[in-house]
Design a protein around this ligand. Sequence first.
Ligand code: DQA
Length: 140
Amino acid sequence: MRRILIMNGPNLNLLGKRETEIYGVHDFKSYLEQLRERYPNVRLDFFQSNMEGALIDKLHEAGFGKVDGIILNAGAYTHTSIAILDAIKAISTPVVEVHISNVFAREAFRHKSMISEACKGVVTGFGLDSYRVALEGLLG
Ligand code: DQA
């Protein structure tokens, strides 16, 4: 069974409550349940943290063969974190960068991603479905 880790960064624990006009009204837990039902042959692990270091520790822990791929929504750290970029570069597991919103249709500071260059691909703008598109990409 293939194993994929979904990681959500800061403020994404508030999905369903946070800026619902941008991020939608659904919480991530129920979306993840739907995803698990749709892909019964894939083991989908999940981790969320508001802390940069915790995200880096998780990348290190998962990134040397423990999982087959990582789907990472680094939230605002996407635009700032050289440390997360370096962590993605350091590990061997492929990482797909995802965003719920279309970051290119938003403020200019969201147009720059620090992490894209180290990622296998980027999915942005499909709402929560961005995670499924990333999963399809990883599963090939
Ligand atoms: C986000 C986009 C980021 O710019 C923002 O800081 C987030 C969420 C998205 O999923 O659309 O927290 O990554």
